[in-house]
Design a protein around this ligand. Structure first.
Ligand code: GN1
Ligand code: MG
Length: 352
């Protein structure tokens, strides 16, 4: 399944126990062992990620900082080929190799409240760790990735163009999201949060846990870029607080208040000493902001004929957009409650 040339480029022999690893939809990931170490090798998706060199540059900058300041903190560790390069090209294929963090596990759905606490804690810790890192050193490898204005501009454009004649079948969703976009843009114009190193894809399954349930670190660093905190807390919350999954197949859509509380507790414990008060208070808003952005992205892709997201079933984009819309409605009803809870937590740790 992988040519031995790839392993030769890293100075290794073809392994005998090579097998497919994880549920990633973008890259192809395989696992193998050599001696007593396990490795992951990935064939990178170059149609989604156009600037692989920029991505690896960002990851290297961030991991050098971490290794220098916090050498004991676990982080993804890439292996260089004998020619000194992390990326190896075999023909047109791009590959990279990393050490597998032993005894680690990731989850697609929240298993218990401690896991939600741990996810919040590790995201808060990530932002505390990099709070003094000059985020603008990082390259914008995916321009406008979480830029709400450009996501909503594109949404309006594809509605007008309606190349696939699909706008009529999604009028209710389009109208709701246009309204939400205006609301979010209004809030964003008054929100001024510091630019930080953001992970930008903090879904639960990008967090590694050890066998005792403690979160070890956040992985899948391809979207590391400058951004603001809401991108990371919001993406984690919108995926964790809704047990239905993005496809709506696991369970009915729900906003799970207990998961929100556990996540918020973990997050505040590990970050209240370093993050600013507006950032800490943006937690509840961040979830609605990121659920809206994701709904807009799914519906934009639906209107443009499903060209970005892989469609696990016909109509996935429209369904996934509806799931986010239901979540936005449920979470919006609890916005005051969420803000009150966060306010109480902040008071308890002495932040007012
Ligand atoms: C994509 O491939 P995956 O699942 O890690 C997307 C995220 C979306 C997510 C929605 C590079 O992430 O931004 O939140 O789908 N990644 C990219 O499921 O577009
Ligand atoms: Mg990913």
């Amino acid at each position: 399944m992988i040519s031995s040339e790839v392993f030769r480029a890293y100075g290794m022999n073809m392994p005998s126990d090579l097998h497919r690893f994880g549920s990633g939809l973008i890259h192809e990931t395989y696992m193998f062992t050599s001696g007593d170490t396990s490795y992951l090798i990935q064939k990178l998706n170059q149609s989604v990620f156009k600037d692989l060199a920029g991505i690896m540059y960002n990851i290297e900058l961030v991991s050098n900082y971490l290794n220098f300041k916090y050498p004991d903190k676990p982080f993804v560790e890439f292996i260089k080929a004998p020619n000194g390069q992390t990326l190896v090209y075999i023909g047109k294929e791009a590959w990279r190799l990393m050490r597998y963090i032993s005894n680690s596990k990731s989850f697609d759905h929240v298993q218990n409240l401690n896991q939600a606490y741990e996810a919040g804690r590790i995201i808060g810790e990530f932002h505390s760790t990099f709070s003094n890192f000059e985020a603008n050193q990082l390259k914008e490898t995916f321009p406008g990735f979480h830029d709400f204005q450009s996501r909503s501009n594109k949404f309006l454009l594809v509605q007008d163009f309606d190349e696939y004649g699909r706008a009529q079948s999604s009028t209710v969703e389009i109208n709701f999201l246009n309204e939400m976009c205006n609301r979010i843009l209004e809030i964003e114009s008054q929100l001024s949060l510091p630019i930080r190193v953001t992970h930008n894809d903090t879904k639960l399954n990008n967090i590694l846990f050890d066998t005792s349930g403690r979160a070890i670190c956040i992985v899948d660093l391809d979207t590391l870029m400058p951004g603001n905190l809401t991108f990371d807390t919001g993406d984690a919350l919108r995926t964790m607080c809704n047990p239905s999954g993005e496809d709506g197949l696991q369970a009915p859509v729900k906003f799970d208040k207990d998961i929100f509380l556990s996540f918020a507790n973990g997050f505040i414990q590990s970050s209240y000493q370093t993050l600013t008060i507006p950032e800490l208070k943006s937690l509840a808003y961040s979830m609605i902001r990121m659920a809206t952005e994701q709904a807009v992205r799914f519906l934009t892709d639906y209107l443009q004929g499903d060209r970005y997201y892989r469609q696990p079933f016909e109509g996935f984009n429209l369904t996934a957009s509806k799931v986010q819309i239901d979540l936005i409605k449920l979470a919006s009803q609890e916005l005051d409650w969420m803000n009150d809870q966060v306010g109480d937590m902040l008071l308890k740790v002495g932040v007012v």
